[in-house]
Ligand binder design. Structure first.
Ligand code: NAD
Length: 350
């Protein structure tokens, strides 16, 4: 069975991020540049201080959707300071920057994820240039080392924990019907969804519950690994369309669309999607996910992101123009109807 797309080394455990230094050395490197978004600049500085003589400082300019101009600035900074590896500390945006640098130069990456997006264990890189988002898949962008430290996720705000967790669940749910799924990706998808189903409601009540943080991060690792192994279908296509062309927020868009896309597809592959109803406890997979997402306070409608009804026509056009493979045949009319339900925030009919 191919393991293409898996990170070379995964470390999981509370306090594991204190061991970044030895991993820099294990990679044969001497000067690590710590990457982050501006929001996590202080955490990046602290990581650089902990690295001591192995630190080449920080670059705190990572941004959503990996803009190419940011990558170019980061690369020239890395060259100036003589960095020979990067430590990406943060969510999918920061991981994306490290991957984009590796794609261009082969620079080794250590990722310390602080959200549940899962990018750290995929060979996928999405980038934007002149307002156009393109995605590539290559083992060259897969990080060499991933360090999951639940303690670093204690401060992830509740709203982001919820939407990021649903983003992870979306990877697993699409893994259940992907044409290139295998028994191992299905096992990981089921276990990953179960872990997040248990952890997220606890985190809504007790955001600093370390055991639930550990369980959620474990689920995110599994769900991200599934994404790295399978091809994406309708759900990811629609989210990429909305994010790329209407600038809707990433994890929140996944949260709103998930019940609608999964329900739509589940109606033609009910046996494959049965684990979703079993785990989330509902009559149908779409309704089970809708009720679960509502119960943990996730956004429910596309209207909340400023989309107007007329945008849905263009979104349906784009989403059906070059569709990804999908278990249920796609036509513009049904995708437009699905978007309408998601825009209104209605409970899906399937
Ligand atoms: P993000 O990385 O954009 O983070 C959002 C904000 O939250 C940032 O300001 C970040 O600094 C902050 N943040 C992150 N962790 C925090 C923490 N623990 N405490 C406080 N603040 C924290 O969000 P994301 O949802 O993780 O990533 C979204 C991006 O990742 C998108 O661009 C998406 O396309 C990409 N992505 C890529 C893949 C892939 O396989 N290539 C998979 C999933 C997501």
């Amino acid at each position: 069975m191919s393991l293409e797309g898996s990170a070379a080394r995964i470390v999981f455990g509370n306090g594991a991020s204190a061991k970044v230094g030895p991993w820099v050395e294990e990679l044969g490197c001497r000067r690590a540049l710590v990457l982050s978004t501006p929001h996590q600049a202080a955490e990046a500085e602290a990581m650089a201080a902990r690295l001591g003589a192995l630190s080449a400082g920080t670059f705190a300019g990572a941004a959503m959707h990996t803009p190419v101009d940011v990558t170019e600035r980061a690369l020239s900074h890395a060259q100036e300071v003589g960095a020979d590896c990067v430590v990406s500390l943060g969510g999918g945006s920061t991981t994306g920057l490290g991957k984009a640098m590796a794609w261009r130069t082969g620079i080794p990456q250590i990722v310390v994820p602080t959200t549940y997006a899962g990018s750290e264990v995929t060979p996928i890189l999405g980038q934007t240039e002149n307002g156009v988002k393109t995605t590539l898949r290559s083992p060259k962008v897969t990080p060499e080392v991933v360090i999951y430290d639940p303690e670093l996720t204690l401060g992830l705000p509740v709203g982001m924990s919820v939407t990021s967790g649903l983003n992870a669940i979306a990877h697993a749910a699409e893994g259940l019907y992907a044409r290139d799924r295998n028994p191992i990706t299905t096992l990981m998808a089921i276990d990953g969804m179960q872990a997040l189903k248990e952890a997220l409601p606890v985190l809504v009540q007790h955001p600093r519950d370390l055991e639930a943080r550990e369980q959620a991060l474990y689920g995110a690792w599994l769900c991200g690994t599934v994404l790295g192994q399978i091809s994406m279908s309708l759900h990811h296509k629609i989210c990429h369309t909305l994010g790329g062309s209407f600038d809707t927020p990433h994890a929140e868009t996944h949260s709103v669309m998930l019940p609608h896309t999964i329900g739509f597809n589940a109606s033609v592959v009910p046996a494959l999607m049965e684990p979703v109803s079993t785990i989330f406890g509902g009559a149908t997979p779409g309704q089970a996910l809708y009720d679960f997402a509502s119960s943990i306070g996730a956004p429910r409608s596309l209207q909340e992101f400023g989309l107007v009804e007329a945008d849905l026509d263009r979104a349906a056009d784009i989403a059906t123009a070059n569709p990804y493979t999908n278990p249920r045949p796609i036509d513009r009319q049904s995708i437009r109807a699905l978007l309408q339900d998601a825009w209104r925030g209605q409970r899906p009919p399937y």
